[in-house]
Write a protein that binds this ligand. Structure first.
Ligand SMILES: *[C@@H]1O[C@H](CO)[C@@H](O)[C@H](O)[C@H]1NC(C)=O
Ligand SMILES: *[C@@H]1O[C@H](CO)[C@@H](O)[C@H](O)[C@H]1NC(C)=O
Ligand SMILES: *[C@@H]1O[C@H](CO)[C@@H](O)[C@H](O)[C@H]1NC(C)=O
Length: 282
């Protein structure tokens, strides 16, 4: 890139930097949600914005590229693949590729650069994959027993209105809920939400607080990252597949409002007082 090209990009780069800072300052007193919980920080990614999904992604997210050997009844390993995270339908696409019949399944995963998230409300406006044989996950994670999940299985009966809520490990009685929402069409972008609180995790579809689902055991309590992925390992008991055609989740937005171990309550209070702004409602 030439120096002049760089110079011509500068105003756009500055504008993004300024608007990010402005948003942070204007909500320096945090965010209050529909259950009156207050959260100090946010990561809001609008993958439909003119900047382009991958450019928005680069601000706060990393793309997985690891090989994950699978055990149990899986028929193939998972290969997270950078190219499977892409612009798709004017949003972010997460793709599990049509299986070639041998080797790993090429899959997609993004995770927050931050691993210091401790409690919050996490929302996405996404459409689920309609090609059978994959899992679309939206979850907090630090290890396999500190993880709260929303998962969609495209081979489920009525997969377009079927969702699994789990505090891992899911084998524990009461740690998972298998939910169907009559009339819903998850293939059209709708809002899926996890509220991670110290005593429970709560799950919502399209902000329907009356129809919330709650899990009160194995609630994670460790600073974590946040992950979205689309994967398959051929396990007939869960993902099924691997898919015979490309399977896409379409992610329009991800909005994370949270507390972290990096911004203390007292520092937050001080920032709020010096900004002198009202709390932001979400
Ligand atoms: C593998 O499949 C068998 C037969 O369905 C089942 O009994 C077993 O629990 C499965 N193993 C794992 C690790 O999922
Ligand atoms: C997960 O992390 C927690 C908290 O650090 C730790 O106590 C636990 O042993 C870890 N579990 C696994 C399976 O690594
Ligand atoms: C999150 O931070 C706010 C502001 O400091 C505090 O009032 C709230 O109790 C915290 N929530 C949790 C679950 O720690």
């Amino acid at each position: 890139m030439s120096f002049l090209t760089l110079l011509s990009l500068l105003p756009a780069v500055l504008a993004i930097a300024v608007s990010k800072d402005a948003a942070a300052a204007s909500c320096a007193c945090g965010f209050v949600d529909s259950n009156n919980n207050v959260w100090r920080e946010s990561i809001v990614s609008d993958f439909t914005s003119a900047a382009g999904a991958l450019s928005v992604l680069a601000n706060d997210w990393a793309i997985a590229a690891d090989h994950e050997p699978q055990g149990g009844n899986a028929t193939a390993d998972i290969q997270y693949t950078t190219a499977n995270v892409l612009e798709h339908n004017d949003a972010l696409g997460l793709k599990a590729s049509a299986y070639t019949g041998s080797g790993s399944v090429n899959c997609a995963e993004i995770f927050t650069k931050r691993k210091d998230i401790l409690y919050g409300t996490f929302r996405t406006r996404s459409g689920v994959p309609s090609t059978p044989g994959v899992v679309f996950g939206f979850f907090t994670y630090i290890n396999d027993s500190q993880e709260s999940d929303i998962e969609f299985l495209s081979s489920d009966v009525n997969y377009y209105q079927h969702v699994h809520y789990t505090n891992q490990p899911g084998q524990t009685a009461g740690a998972t809920q298998d939910v169907q929402i009559p009339g819903a069409d998850f293939t059209a972008p709708g809002e899926h939400r996890i509220d991670w609180l110290p005593s429970q995790t709560r799950y919502y579809y399209n902000g329907n607080v009356a129809a919330e689902h709650t899990i009160t055991i194995q609630v994670p309590n460790t600073p974590s990252e946040f992950i979205l992925n689309v994967w398959s390992n051929g396990d007939p008991g869960w993902s099924r597949g691997p898919p015979t055609a490309d399977a896409y989740a379409t992610v329009q937005t991800v909005s994370l409002y949270f507390n972290s171990t990096s911004l203390s309550a007292s520092q937050f209070q001080q920032n709020c007082q010096s900004a002198g702004v009202p709390v932001c409602r979400i």
